[in-house]
Design a binder for this molecule. Sequence first.
Ligand code: G3I
Length: 325
Amino acid sequence: MKQTLRNLAEQNQLYMGTCVSYDPLVQDTFYREILAREFNILTPENAMKFQWTEPEQNKFNFKEADKLVEFAVQNKMKIRGHTLVWHQAVPPWVKNGKFTKKELMEILHNHIRKLVQHYKGRIYCWDVVNEAFETDGSFRHSLWYDTIGPDYIEMAFQWAHEADPDALLFYNDYDTENLNPKSDAIYSYLKKLKEKDIPIDGIGFQCHILDNPDIRLNELDANFKRFAGLGFQTDITEIDVSIQLSEGTLEKKIKKQSELYAGILKVCRENTSCKMFVLWGFTDKYTWVRYRKGHQDDLPCIFDEQYQPKPIFNELKKIIIKNPP
Ligand code: G3I
């Protein structure tokens, strides 16, 4: 198929995206070319995280993130800001500071305000809170939760909204695709926030399908529908799919991988609440998955290391066309 993924996505009201890292963006011409040609939205893989943007207290460093934003603006791509509050990528000065509740609230408020204001008007949506729940549906213990209490979540949404009222605000998490204790707990919690008029517009289903092939597409669909029932946008925000989910030849493994990518995009296209399908990296050359234990030889992306598209690349195009929103 001659049309690019980006053209087809744009003709069919879909944001087709990928996460983007600073080093390949500035060093690799092919990476830049494919990025601008095939995608209309990008998520900074790391550059907007706390550790990168505020490495020392109140001394902000926007160098890498600015470069990514500049690229997106030049190429008329939207940006998913990622991420304002997370238990990871917290700089040592925060982690080791032994701050009181009041101090930590001030630190988080200042961080969110300055970061969101810096990019005001240029960010389509923010992952405001990332991965705040455990698999069993309890709140995740983190510096934020343990020091401030669960209210850090709603505070973060309020502060982000005050800093840029036009950006869409998301809760983002993994292993929430199926109907399970984690997605149930997030559903009940976000419902409460919505009833309290906390400014939250969407939920991101990360879809890292790496260790467990047991993603049930009918349950992903049911999740989309119940969260959409609360008025939320329901997007795929970080998809990558291991080839290690099937036994047998490489061909068989890639077939299984394709089926999973295709099945998930199909669920997205069948739900009008799903407006984005964002890959966690588009080329095996730079995937974070290779740094994970047990995945050193994995090939989880839709382009291989030489930037050759895998068969799923054209499959995705067909699904975009066949399943209009
Ligand atoms: O850039 C430094 C480099 O200077 C240093 O020499 C090297 C030594 O460890 O580290 C480099 O930074 C690493 C960075 O990736 C860039 O490669 C960090 O250590 C490493 O922790 C970081 O990992 C990222 C991880 O989040 C933690 O922030 C991954 O790239 C990124 O793909 C991953 O993304 C997360 C999402 O944000 C949230 N959902 C899950 C997803 C996958 O874990």
